[in-house]
Design a protein around this ligand. Structure first.
Ligand SMILES: [Zn+2]
Length: 80
């Protein structure tokens, strides 16, 4: 009888497309921390509404482009 111990394996899944992240498709270590309060019906903060998200290289590029568009002011149309 032989006993083999297999070390635990941590699997990270992309929160964008759902693929398993590997060294090949997650070389940029894409992670986004979003902080925003959840509000009750009166507008009072009641809980953490953000989260921490992991992304593959493809999805982190999409997230970065989207965030940069918002920062550049491309979503200011809603202010009218
Ligand atoms: Zn992805």
């Amino acid at each position: 009888m032989t006993t083999t111990t297999v070390p635990a394996r941590t699997v990270t899944t992309c929160d964008g497309c759902g693929i398993e992240c590997t060294n090949k498709n997650r070389s940029r270590s894409g992670t986004m921390t979003l902080r925003a309060d959840q509000l009750d019906h009166q507008g009072t903060p009641i809980a953490n509404g953000g989260g921490i998200y992991d992304f593959c290289d493809h999805c982190v590029s999409l997230v970065m482009a989207a965030v940069l568009e918002v920062i550049a002011g491309k979503c200011r149309e809603h202010r009218t």
